[in-house]
Design a binder for this molecule. Structure first.
Ligand SMILES: [Zn+2]
Ligand SMILES: [Zn+2]
Length: 213
């Protein structure tokens, strides 16, 4: 037994779920310490990818959303595919993550600040695919200028919620965090009537241009 105090962000309750993806067949935290277990699903290691996270606030869990948004944006590939259950359901698995780690909402958007950020953000020219969720149809960006269209699926507004720079890990954080938060809520549709029958979240996310994943 160590004499050292556990990290402040943790609690003594054991955590048998991955904070990123909700895989729950492993012990990830115990007595306030990471077990350094590697998640068979998303491949993150407890105490590495989730170190410094704190439950209950957006700031505390935003890093988890960022990782999840990156992982899901790239197809939610299993680190150890032999453990992938038949008929695996990503959204169902994410509900294993306790609400304190996944549902605190982001702070209100500073519209003026985001508009100022646009000048240094990137674009692919004309874009009709939502950078956050992959929904296709609306004109989100028109020759490099955001149209202000709001995605009927994930509710992101172009030019406000989807700013980023392709190829820059940190500059893609806004898009990925939003995506990771949205899927952890169950990928709710802003306009439920627009949701097609048999809709599949990962198939749609597969339409996101690689530059925004
Ligand atoms: Zn995981
Ligand atoms: Zn969207």
């Amino acid at each position: 037994m160590t004499e050292e105090a556990p990290p402040e962000e943790s609690s003594a309750a054991p955590e048998d779920f991955c904070r990123m993806c909700g895989w729950d067949e492993e012990r990830f935290w115990e007595d306030g310490w990471p077990t350094n277990a590697i998640c068979a699903c998303c491949g993150s290691e407890s105490g590495i990818g989730d170190m410094g996270a704190r439950p209950g606030s957006w700031e505390g869990v935003e890093g988890l959303h960022h990782f999840r948004g990156w992982w899901v944006g790239n197809g939610a590939e299993w680190y150890l595919p032999k453990f992938k259950p038949h008929g695996w359901d990503l959204l169902q698995q994410l509900t294993n993550i306790p609400p304190a780690w996944r549902t605190p909402p982001p702070p209100a958007v500073d519209h003026a600040g985001r508009i100022a950020e646009r000048t240094s953000s990137g674009s692919l020219g004309t874009e009709t695919v939502c950078r956050v969720c992959g929904f296709t149809g609306p004109l989100f960006w028109d020759e490099g200028v955001p149209s202000g269209a709001v995605c009927p699926c994930c509710d992101s507004e172009s030019g406000i919620d989807d700013l980023g720079i392709p190829g820059d890990w940190q500059a893609l954080r806004l898009i990925r965090s939003r995506r990771g938060y949205w899927v952890a809520l169950g990928a709710p549709w802003a306009d439920p009537a627009a949701r097609p029958a048999g809709w599949d979240v990962l198939r749609q996310i597969g339409d996101i241009p690689p530059a925004w994943r």
